[in-house]
Design a protein around this ligand. Structure first.
Ligand SMILES: C[S@@+](CC[C@H](N)C(=O)[O-])C[C@H]1O[C@@H](n2cnc3c(N)ncnc32)[C@H](O)[C@@H]1O
Length: 261
């Protein structure tokens, strides 16, 4: 073999080696956020801070919530962080009609019930653990997100089951792809999209949410994390509509925010 060919082979091998070493950075670059970030104080006036002294600010009364944390030993799957949960809990204080795609353990559902007014109604839809085989992987759906749907569809009782907060909550076991949303057209003040993370499900849940949202209502999506494999379809879908819908990412969270002004 001539020196020239060996040299060419070594360049090609080095090229692939560089691709392999930098695969995470490349993935982040390809999936990079197209979404503008905002401070939580731009999401709602409840998050603005109150001056205590020259070097100390406190949350306002509106952002003081009833809360709980889930310990590591409790091994619950598919949850929001406590900071994200605080944002959702605060927004539920101002929401009479709330809709959630994806109940899972019911951590967020419980918090929304604990923090909303007595007459608030919360609907949460989720998959019945016995029927997850009905969920189909469609064309471009990300494999790891598809596997997660099965991994997270394991509960038929929830953290709020048997508590006084349960009376405000209606859980519907249904595949969101088959869910008839039109009876809730323009009814919802707050919608939390945290169901299946495959492209087909995120698209379905988002399109239905835009129709279910009241004027001035808010949609939050969970898991907008560029570079995270199981969240790549969430990022891809939100990026794909960012030219027609003004969606923001809330700083230091994986939450995206849309308001129907
Ligand atoms: C990430 S977990 C939700 C976590 C929950 N929102 C929380 O904050 O604690 C995802 C949930 O979405 C549900 N899910 C996934 N695909 C769905 C679909 N096509 N229709 C309805 N629910 C779905 C799963 O059954 C699971 O309960």
């Amino acid at each position: 073999m001539s020196i020239k060919i060996l040299f060419l082979i070594s360049i090609i091998l080095n090229f692939f080696l560089l691709l392999f070493i930098n695969k995470k950075k490349i993935k982040i670059f390809l999936n990079k956020s197209k979404i503008e970030e905002i401070e939580v104080s731009n999401v709602h006036a409840a998050f603005e801070l109150k001056n205590i002294s020259s070097n100390l600010k406190s949350p306002k009364e509106d952002a003081i919530i009833k809360s709980f944390s889930i310990s590591q030993e409790n091994n619950i799957v598919g949850m929001t962080s406590d900071y994200e949960a605080w944002i959702i809990s605060t927004l539920s204080k101002f929401s009479k009609n709330i809709f959630e795609f994806g109940t899972c353990s019911g951590k967020t559902t419980y918090l929304m019930s604990l923090n909303s007014s007595e007459d608030t109604k919360i609907i949460s839809i989720t998959l019945n653990p016995n029927e997850i085989n009905n969920v189909k992987k469609i064309n471009q759906d990300n494999n790891s997100s598809y596997k997660n749907i099965k991994h997270e569809s394991i509960y038929d009782k929830f953290l709020f089951s048997g508590t006084p907060q349960e009376k405000k909550i209606k859980v519907i076991f249904i595949n969101s792809m088959d869910f008839d949303h039109l009876k809730f057209k323009e009814k919802m003040d707050l919608i939390f999209i945290d169901g299946g993370h495959t492209y087909s499900v995120v698209k379905n849940d988002s399109e239905k949410s835009f129709e279910m949202l009241k004027s001035n209502g808010i949609i939050l999506w969970h898991d907008y994390v560029p570079g995270k494999t199981s969240a790549s379809d969430v990022v891809k879908y939100i990026n794909s509509i960012s030219d027609i819908k003004k969606i923001y990412k809330i700083k230091n969270t994986s939450l995206c925010f849309y308001k129907n002004y």
